[in-house]
Write a protein that binds this ligand. Structure first.
Ligand SMILES: NC(=O)c1ccc[n+]([C@@H]2O[C@H](COP(=O)([O-])OP(=O)(O)OC[C@H]3O[C@@H](n4cnc5c(N)ncnc54)[C@H](OP(=O)(O)O)[C@@H]3O)[C@@H](O)[C@H]2O)c1
Length: 323
């Protein structure tokens, strides 16, 4: 099969033929139609976090996909060849024509979504779901502050929190204010112009931090006692959490068929919607990585200001079309 591979940490992506995987008895073999690019792909490839995010080289990047079931293992129930599915895994391997995967991390593709749209959903939407509900315990009538609300994860967090009956405040660039209000934010704070802790009138129940650093440190100031600070980017200081009498946790996505199935239903109803910024062919994955490197200066040795670097991408995911 054709696949994109990384041969060494920090190396170039190589597009060529590799043996197709075979599925174990408890797995299905998916013919991948589309996959999507995540920061995680670049961070793992750079080797900077190899102690906590190791990969086996050569490595096929990619953690999410949409496609069609090709073969079903003898222990698998509920799926048949020809079914359209989507999903995420924690290992990688989706920048390829085939993937062997357990059904514990897949769901049926929403029928109203294209394969490209469906591939853009799992990592961002499941991270948002688990961040705000599983770890943030967000409920109806509460208020949540989402840092990085216009990003891939943030946009699902805004939509899911708003649908759950919470008041949603997001930090983002000014250019994204109208977009964020259109998907459920009631207030948008321009992080380049204002300090959110000086703008907020009342404290919030949950902060979902997709930025980290100083943004995370200042978040303690705006949480109600008993509130939850959930970070998807870096560990949360337990000393600070105790001092402010809040809970603080860094989450890591745990791909789940159950969560993805709930997300699929909301997509099918039109309650939430996907956002695809750009579609590249699989063999152009290296260019797609340059586009996303804008938000990750220094990672993988890619200079965001170098030739071919993208203009500021407003919002939405970068998708790779496989077939
Ligand atoms: N823990 C996990 O399991 C997990 C899973 C998925 C993602 N993540 C992490 O979550 C983070 C977000 O991922 P993503 O895919 O949503 O990123 P993304 O699509 O690149 O979005 C980042 C957003 O943050 C905005 N932003 C930048 N600096 C900001 C600031 N100081 N305050 C408020 N907004 C700011 C950017 O806006 P501008 O472009 O206008 O600056 C952009 O809209 C990444 O660090 C990613 O690695 C973690």
């Amino acid at each position: 099969m054709k696949a994109v591979r990384l041969l060494e940490y920090g190396g170039q992506l190589v597009f060529n033929d590799v043996p197709a995987p075979t599925n174990a008895r408890d797995e299905i073999l998916v013919k991948i139609k589309s996959t999507a690019v995540n920061h995680l792909d670049l961070v793992k490839a750079s080797g900077t976090a190899r102690q906590i995010l190791p990969i086996d080289l050569p490595w096929i990047p990619g953690h999410e996909f949409s496609g069609v079931v090709e073969q079903v293992g003898s222990d698998v129930a509920g799926y048949a060849p020809g079914d359209a599915v989507f999903g995420a895994n924690g290992i990688g391997g989706t920048y390829a024509e085939y993937l062997a995967v357990k059904t514990a991390v897949i769901a049926r593709k929403p029928s109203n979504l294209s394969f490209e749209e469906a591939a853009s959903v799992p990592v961002a939407a499941e991270t948002a779901w688990e961040g705000i509900f599983t770890h943030g315990h967000l409920g109806k009538g509460q208020t949540i502050l989402i840092h990085g609300g216009a990003g891939a994860v943030g946009a699902y967090a805004v939509q899911l929190a708003s649908h759950a009956g919470a008041t949603v405040i997001a930090t983002a660039s000014r250019e994204d204010e109208a977009y964020l209000k259109s998907i459920g934010a009631s207030q948008v704070i321009d992080y380049r112009k204002a300090h959110f802790e000086q703008v907020l009138r009342e404290k919030v129940d949950v902060v979902f931090d997709l930025i980290g650093g100083d943004t995370q440190k200042r978040s303690f100031l705006v949480l109600k006692e008993g509130g939850h600070l959930v970070s998807a980017t870096q560990p949360v200081s337990q000393e600070e959490a105790a001092k402010y009498r809040v809970s603080g946790a860094m989450m890591r996505l745990a791909p789940s068929a159950d969560v993805l199935g709930k997300i699929a239903r909301l997509l099918e109803e039109g309650t939430i919607r996907p956002d695809v910024a750009t579609v590249y062919a699989l063999q152009d994955a290296a260019q797609a990585w340059k586009d996303i490197a804008e938000n990750l200066p220094g990672v993988h040795g890619i200079s965001p200001s170098g030739p071919g670097a993208a203009r500021r991408r407003s919002h939405g995911k970068i998708v790779l079309r496989v077939a």
